[in-house]
Design a binder for this molecule. Structure first.
Ligand SMILES: [Zn+2]
Length: 264
């Protein structure tokens, strides 16, 4: 059993993660279940120019796109809604959508760089209040840039104790030590393995415990063979960890956080 806590659909102007390639990549590498979000929720491109509304989707369209995909493969996916906190906001429509699709949609995804907005900004408050009230997780991109630092997630996680925050990438483009050292400080802070070296993943497990790290990949960001670069990690974890610790990382933590107990 392997759950990938971080996969994508969508087709923005700068990333392509087609639905059929995601399915093929998971089947090829025997990934049983995925937590999926749509890259079409990006608000700004890699140069931080706003994405032309003619080629982008609204937050609500992104929500429907994610729901429709998950409904096609309910035994294989649950969805996270990629939010647009800078150019849009938390609306009544989104609230109703989240409440009426709980079997398929289990939380939020946000990318502070592609929203040009740190998680500490007030524009996130309504999303966070709703997630806190309903115990929904927040998967959040963390990296070296001025919007995405793990310290910001730590600050917010102190205030919203009912939200489990997954710090995706454990601070991309760093040696991961800042993010790793934050993990044991709060019970609701987690990390994932996407683009993280095997060495850093082992260090994170040693410092924070196996119950704080989730397997994630960003598949199919590099095509059908995206999982190739995680083979060393999976093999090493199996060899180095106890069965309990290994299972926590590759599926048990995800099952608990994303409430997928009844799906598989
Ligand atoms: Zn991602």
């Amino acid at each position: 059993m392997i759950i990938d806590s971080h996969v994508h659909i969508g087709n923005t102007v700068f990333f392509e993660t087609p639905e059929d390639i995601l399915i093929k990549s998971m089947k090829k590498y025997k990934i049983d279940f995925g937590i999926v979000s749509s890259l079409d929720g990006c608000e700004y491109d890699p140069d931080l120019n706003i994405i032309d509304p003619k080629v982008s989707k609204s937050q609500y369209e992104v929500s429907l796109q994610t729901l429709q995909f998950v409904k096609k493969y309910p035994d294989m996916f649950k969805g996270l809604i990629w939010i647009k906190p800078d150019t849009e906001s938390f609306t009544k429509d989104l609230e109703n959508f989240m409440l009426s699709n709980k079997d398929y949609i289990c939380g939020f995804k946000t990318h502070p760089y592609h929203s040009k907005l740190a998680i500490t900004d007030k524009k996130y408050a309504k999303y966070l209040e709703f997630a806190d009230k309903h115990n929904l997780p927040f998967e959040i991109h963390t990296a070296k840039d001025i919007y995405s630092k793990s310290e910001f997630v730590y600050e917010v996680a102190k205030d919203y104790k009912n939200i489990n925050f997954i710090m995706v990438h454990l601070d991309l483009w760093t040696d991961n030590s800042n993010a790793i050292n934050l993990l044991p400080k709060l019970p609701n802070l987690y990390g994932d393995t996407t683009w993280v070296s095997t060495e850093s993943v082992l260090k994170a497990i040693k410092i924070a415990g196996s119950n704080k790290i989730l397997f994630g990949s960003d598949s199919p960001i590099d095509g059908i063979n995206t999982y190739e670069k995680y083979q060393d990690l999976l093999k090493t974890l199996k060899k180095e960890l106890s069965t309990d610790d290994y299972e926590n990382v590759i599926f048990k933590n995800a099952k608990k956080i994303f409430n997928i107990l009844n799906h598989i």
